[in-house]
Design a protein around this ligand. Structure first.
Ligand code: SF4
Length: 415
């Protein structure tokens, strides 16, 4: 049984890994406990946006690597702890039975060697599935430079796996994490994705990482711009077919002359998540979202920023616009765009109708007409100022339970 002191060290050390939320999995209960399929995983988030609903724990924080930004790096004098596969499996099922958790996020520092660590993680997930008959959600960390065979075997028991890229360029990895390389992190991701494809096509009844892969990028520890980060994410989504890229704004936890001594700020992280949403659900390309050498503006969201740079498309007449154009109107989310499209067939929409459809008119009114009527501001400078004010009031005010559009877009991230 794992003792409270080790548990505290191992769970505290895991808190900086944010690549862990679940979007469910295809794993059904086959006569044991848990079910990754029926309800997926309930999420709860701390005020700074981090997911806390899994048992999130490291196998060990006793790392042989020395990434400059990391509390677990080998040259720091911090309390160290490790757990055994049996202890983690027992703890997970114990917590599950008590209704504390609905799944496991298991990561680890690199203990002794990548293969040794991957073997420990593999033994843990295998124990949980085979001995404890646990069918709940499991996200396991992929250990860079471990043998493909070990990684692939773990992928047969886990729902999701993540190799954390951490730093957005080879140059920054060389500087701050010299034992890692971009290719060393990307190659296993690509190999796993190919394997997933093979399983999907040739052995569709067998599970192989049903919830796919994710990764995490630290923002602000190194000089890469948001434009460069969004391009990397685009490659990861479209090339490596990742399910999610998580962004973690840099927090100075360790002093090192190569690291900034100030945090990167939550707002930058938030803007990157918004840009990510545009990439994944709104049909935007990285080129449209931000020039490579620039950061996203902080005062307005990236969809508004794109609209202001492309005023030639606006205002859009909602009664005629196709889906692709509606999705580009700030304040019109995916669901309201669908509703508008359906309504176009049988009615002439007015501003009142749009409000009922959860269109956020404090943004949208500048970029659309409804039945020929325009209620927006007249010139670009005024629009930008008004959008920034609307944004501030949206983030600082208590959300109204009855203002559906605002509450809905805050919950889902729709623009
Ligand atoms: S390998 Fe992971 S745990 Fe080890 S120092 Fe680098 S970031 Fe930290």
């Amino acid at each position: 049984m794992i003792d409270a002191k080790r548990l505290q060290i191992l769970t505290e050390a895991a808190r900086f890994d944010v690549s862990c939320s679940s979007s469910g999995s295809a794993r059904k209960n086959a006569g044991g406990m848990g079910n990754g399929y029926a309800a997926g995983l309930c999420h709860s988030f701390t005020p700074d946006g981090r997911c806390v609903s899994l048992l999130k724990i490291l196998m060990s924080n006793d790392c042989v690597f020395a990434c400059k930004y990391c509390m677990n790096r080998c040259d720091l004098d911090v309390p160290r702890a490790s757990a055994t596969p049996e202890e983690i499996a027992e703890l997970t099922t114990d917590f599950y039975k008590r209704n504390y958790i609905e799944g496991l996020f298991l990561s680890s520092a690199i203990v002794k060697s990548p293969n040794y660590t991957m073997e420990l993680l593999l033994r843990t997930v295998k124990l949980l599935r085979q001995t404890y008959r646990f069918f709940g959600y499991i996200h396991v960390k992929g250990i860079p430079y471990a043998d493909d065979g070990l990684v692939e075997e773990a992928a047969r028991y886990a729902d999701r796996m993540s190799f954390n890229i951490e730093l957005p360029s080879e140059k920054s990895l060389k500087l701050l994490a010299p034992q890692k390389s971009k290719e060393g992190l990307l190659v296993p991701m690509r190999t796993l994705e190919k394997k997933r494809e093979i399983f999907r096509e040739e052995r569709p009844k067998e599970l192989f990482l049903p919830a796919g892969q994710t990764t995490q990028l630290i923002v602000g520890a190194t000089p890469e711009t948001d434009g460069a980060i969004v391009r990397l994410s685009e490659r990861l989504y479209r090339g490596a077919k990742l399910k999610r890229v998580y962004y973690s704004s840099y927090l100075p936890m360790v002093h090192d002359s190569l690291l900034p001594d100030r945090p990167a700020g939550q707002l930058r992280e938030h803007r990157l998540y918004q840009a990510d949403w545009l990439l994944r659900f709104y049909g935007f390309t990285a080129d449209e979202i931000a020039p490579e050498g620039e950061n996203l503006p902080l005062d307005i969201d990236p969809k508004c920023a794109w609209a202001l740079r492309n005023l030639q498309y606006f205002p859009v007449e909602v009664n005629r616009a196709p889906l692709e154009l509606l999705l580009r109107v700030p304040g019109v989310g995916g669901r309201s765009a669908d509703k508008i499209l359906k309504a176009q067939r049988y009615t002439r929409l007015t501003f009142d109708d749009l409000k009922k459809m959860r269109v956020v008119l404090k943004r949208a009114r500048h970029f659309l007409t409804a039945d020929g009527k325009y209620y927006g501001a007249k010139d670009l400078q005024t629009v930008r100022g008004l959008l920034a004010v609307a944004e501030q009031s949206g983030t600082c005010e208590q959300l109204s339970l009855f203002d559906h559009a605002t509450a809905y877009s805050a919950l889902t991230g729709e623009f």
